[in-house]
Design a protein around this ligand. Structure first.
Ligand SMILES: Cc1cc2nc3c(=O)[nH]c(=O)nc-3n(C[C@H](O)[C@H](O)[C@H](O)COP(=O)(O)OP(=O)(O)OC[C@H]3O[C@@H](n4cnc5c(N)ncnc54)[C@H](O)[C@@H]3O)c2cc1C
Length: 392
């Protein structure tokens, strides 16, 4: 069967937070684009993940005049850091008024779908398969795919891979072009969505039993993250074990059990692929880099990439100015490495300060001393706060 042919300016692969934000920015700049997504819309709408849009992201949406439409949820005021049950409240709203927002990734994606497709008439094709990327020198780029009506081909000027860590975009780039930098932390998180809201501040805690975090996920639910071994899985964590470990790690035996809705398992790792472009194909978000969730930077990095890329694509399509595209990788990579550095520092300090069986009691005491220094030194607090808020 012959492929149905059409043309557009930009083909975006993946309708996650990166792909949908980029499509919405391009739409508001008058750049034609098509988004191809392998999942169905109903699946995308309920996928749970990140919970905070940092101050930089809020300012970015304000600049694109989309903040009111896309960002629900309250201001992210503070985090409660607990070491062996002792609580220190860390302000995440800057003295300059800079503030992030508790807006779950699910809520942001839902708002983007409404804004881009339902109100803006954007072209997102769900449930597509067999994506093939043609990105040869001196040829117009082309993306092939199939759906229930048969094979299709879209000629375009640029392709953007926003298809996450296991997508097809990055793997279409010939071997030897990209360099992979990666680091494995050696432990994982069990993520448990529970029927219990955050009652005070979101919590990041450690005790001798390990790391735990509790982050808001709507008015009646929260997500707990519990450090666990790499060789474990959700099946090793019955609900009773989850609640016992939460009480031990927060040193609070008054916390009652509540319903656990789902359990996920996330190995902690950091990865960067560079450069983030090859000919007319550009990578953004998790397709180009992964950070451990401890620093809450993954979604925020994806938003930063597509902000830079949307401006570069607009310059190339409307003004034939390709400078922004040529510099894309060099522009975003220094920022990505700064966030990687913060995420590694935060992950190792928080985990070393907890369970000493992995790195020993010496590293545990050093990590606790680092946290003490952080909470006692106004300079360290300020620097850490700027990273935490995403305002540096
Ligand atoms: C448990 C957990 C907690 C997290 N917490 C935070 C947090 O608190 N703060 C934070 O900032 N970040 C957090 N993150 C990270 C954040 O969720 C990711 O960085 C973010 O989703 C990246 O967005 P993306 O659009 O690049 O990728 P994704 O959201 O993964 O979207 C990729 C899209 O591409 C689609 N796709 C994949 N392959 C194909 C294909 N072959 N063809 C077509 N489509 C395809 C996928 O279906 C998906 O819709 C967390 C992640 C996890 C797993």
């Amino acid at each position: 069967m012959e492929a149905m042919q059409e043309a557009t300016s930009v083909v975006i692969i993946g309708a996650g937070v990166a792909g949908l934000t980029l499509a919405t920015f391009l739409q508001s700049s008058g750049v034609a684009c098509v988004v191809l997504e392998r999942r169905h819309r109903a699946y995308i709408e309920v996928r749970q993940r990140a919970g905070v849009v940092e101050a930089r992201g809020v300012r970015m949406f304000e600049r694109w005049r989309l903040a009111d439409k896309l960002l629900g949820g309250p201001v992210a005021q503070a985090i409660d850091y607990r070491v062996n049950g002792t609580s220190r409240i860390f302000k995440t709203v800057g003295d300059d008024g800079s503030e992030g927002r508790f807006c779950t990734q699910q809520m942001l994606v839902g708002n983007l779908l409404r804004e881009h497709i339902d109100l803006g008439g954007g072209d997102v094709r769900f449930g597509v398969g067999d994506i093939s990327i043609h990105n040869e020198e001196d040829c117009r780029p082309k993306v092939g795919y199939s759906d229930s009506t048969g094979p299709h081909e879209i000629l375009c000027d640029y392709i953007v891979g926003c298809d996450g860590n296991r997508g097809v975009s990055r793997s279409s780039i010939p071997e030897g072009v990209l360099r992979k930098f990666s680091y494995e932390f050696g432990y994982a998180w069990l993520a448990a969505l529970v029927e219990a809201p955050v009652t005070g501040q979101p919590i990041m805690g450690v005790s001798d039993h390990g790391f735990v975090a509790q982050l808001p996920r709507g008015p009646s639910r929260s997500r707990y993250y519990l450090q666990c071994a790499l060789n474990e899985g959700p099946e090793d964590w019955p609900d009773e074990r989850i609640w016992n470990e939460i009480r031990l790690r927060l040193c609070d035996d008054t916390i009652p059990n509540a319903a656990v809705h789902d359990k996920d398992f996330v190995p902690l790792r950091s990865v960067v692929y560079a450069p983030m472009q090859y000919r007319n194909l550009f990578l953004a978000g998790d397709a180009a880099h992964l950070v451990p969730p401890t620093g809450a930077k993954g979604m925020n990095l994806a938003l930063y990439d597509v902000d830079v890329l949307a401006q570069a694509l607009t310059g190339a399509v409307h003004h034939r100015d390709k400078t922004g595209l040529e510099r894309y990788s060099d522009t975003v990579l220094p920022h990505i490495w700064r966030y990687q550095e913060f995420s590694v520092w935060m992950t190792e300090t928080m985990h070393d300060a907890g369970d000493a069986t992995r790195h020993g009691a010496f590293r545990q005491m050093i990590a606790r001393a680092r946290l003490d220094t952080l909470f006692q030194s106004s300079t360290a607090m300020q620097l850490h706060g700027e990273y935490q808020r995403g305002t540096f």
